[in-house]
Design a protein around this ligand. Structure first.
Ligand SMILES: Nc1ncnc2c1ncn2[C@@H]1O[C@H](COP(=O)(O)OP(=O)(O)O)[C@@H](O)[C@H]1O
Ligand SMILES: [Mg+2]
Length: 288
């Protein structure tokens, strides 16, 4: 390819976002068979992704017209081969990446487009857990869980500490509160990262392959913490993972992505046992 330049892609033209009521009605009609979420009458999706497109460097189209609703309290697991755009989609939801075209709305408020989005507020509302933990190495577990609370939420040290200890206990690490990350296993570090995200009480938590960097024997503890959150916290969770057993047991809905497109979505038993799309079937067949 030396000396050859890829042609710039045309920017996709997408319609404006739907109005809240219309979107909620349409999403309910489209989603009620795709998820085991328990709908409440008149409920609106908490996250709405409409015609999301993302292009890098104007040449590589990574997301192509992705449409997805996520309901309050719903647990959505996103599956798909490496490079299919899963991380990019998650990162668009909290504006770590800026969408090229399309709309993302959180609680019916658009975060994309020209309006002045308050990114700090968005990051409060939408938590994220990364594959690589991203803890501050010079802070203890407890201080890692406190710092967002004091700096972003403006809580007092005392309040933040109380909450940090509650959340560290919930992930089974109360006895490690004063340890620095280097003195913790990868699984323990990831549980601290989850405690840190939950301590902010976000409306939505995004998990990007939270167990992929872990030694196999440490995966279970992290999945158990996530399962507990999914079953008992009522938190809305969007989880990218390759843990098929976890997806089958815990997800309300499974979304299969390939090549920047949502290929198929549905209740886990449907997608795993009776995939409609051949590519879904091949992917699931190849990994289990
Ligand atoms: N910052 C970037 N610049 C250029 N290309 C990128 C960037 N981030 C991701 N990509 C490309 O976008 C595609 C999708 O990546 P990603 O969203 O990370 O996929 P997944 O999480 O499903 O593995 C890949 O081809 C990747 O190389
Ligand atoms: Mg990824």
């Amino acid at each position: 390819m030396v000396g050859k330049r890829k042609a710039k892609l045309e920017l996709p033209v997408v319609p404006p976002p739907l109005g809240a009521e219309e979107a909620a009605r349409g999403a309910f009609a489209a989603d009620r068979d795709l998820t085991s979420h328990h709908f409440v009458e008149g409920e609106h999706p908490i996250v709405r992704i409409e015609h999301l497109n993302k292009t890098f460097d104007g040449t590589t189209q990574v997301l192509r017209d992705v449409n997805l609703n996520v309901w309050p309290g719903e647990v959505v697991v996103v599956l798909g081969p490496s490079g299919s755009g899963k991380s990019t989609m998650l990162r668009c939801i909290n504006l770590l990446e800026i969408p090229t075209a399309g709309h993302i709305l959180i609680e019916d408020e658009e975060i994309t487009g020209k309006g002045a989005t308050d990114v700090n507020k968005l990051r409060r509302d939408v938590g994220m857990v990364f594959q690589s933990f991203n803890l501050f190495p010079h802070l203890t577990a407890k201080e890692n869980v406190m710092i967002g609370q004091t700096k972003v939420l403006g809580k007092s040290k005392g309040e933040a500490e109380k909450e940090a200890l509650i959340q560290l206990e919930a992930v089974g690490l109360l006895d490690r509160a004063d340890y620095k990350p280097a003195a913790l296993s990868g699984g323990q570090q990831q549980r601290v990262a989850i405690a840190r995200a939950v301590a902010m009480h976000p409306n939505v938590i995004l998990f990007d392959e939270p167990t992929s960097a872990l030694d196999p024997e440490l995966v279970r503890g992290v999945l158990d913490v996530m399962r507990d959150l999914a079953e008992n916290s009522g938190m809305t969770m969007i989880i990218v993972t390759h843990e098929m057993g976890f997806a089958r047991d815990v997800a309300d809905r499974v979304v299969f992505m390939e090549d920047g497109v949502v290929v198929e979505q549905g209740r886990p038993e449907k997608v795993f046992d009776h995939p409609e799309n051949q590519r879904t079937a091949e992917f699931l067949g190849s990994i289990e």
